[in-house]
Ligand binder design. Sequence first.
Ligand SMILES: [Ca+2]
Length: 237
Amino acid sequence: MKKKVLSVLLALVLVLSFSLVTAVPVAAGGGKNAGCNTIKDGVILYSEGHYLEGEPLKVGYDIFGYNYQAHQFNGSYANSYLGKDGYPPYEGDAEAYLAANEGVDSKWYWQYRDVQLLMKWNDAWLSNKDCDDDGILDRHYGFASYIGSGAWDTNHQSGSYEVEGKTYKWTYFVKIVAAPTGAYKDGGIWYTAEDTEIGPVIWGSYAVLQRVYNDQGTGEHGIELLSPASPGFGAYK
Ligand SMILES: [Ca+2]
């Protein structure tokens, strides 16, 4: 039950993480990234409505746990959303946070504030540069869509819960990749052009390659889904 809820939540985190930032184009410099705006340039800004609205993205982790330069997020599950919704980062004291941010407990992700999330993605998924000059970090750069771009994402989630005074730990891991060129969908599953099953469809263009769930309380342990085509990202580029 818990893992299914988290699977759904994962989808939302990933989709929303794309719309967190906007950029102000500047004149391109020379060198390796000529024509590209980079985070280091200090011209890619947090979007309107974000807690950090108007501030430039910086190299390294921000106060919520996003590190756009390194293609990762590490922190409270709630913090992957709070900034976008105009809230400050949650730092572990729920009572104090609620007192200072009335109404935040009506947000669906508030109940997952103590779930730890480590999310990683590659440059095709969400680049740390703006090379196509549209003012935002690039996605599937060089490709018309995510299909065939090799875009991938992983999530490690972990947490604990109590039952009758006893604490149980759980971990959840999932790998997701954009479907390769020539792949097709049938019955909620992506297949390669050669009819080999890749994995379940998620958000239209993506397939789930692997899921691992461990739960001390339920005894669930190990791989619960593994792509027949390949669990490796390299097979899909
Ligand atoms: Ca761009």
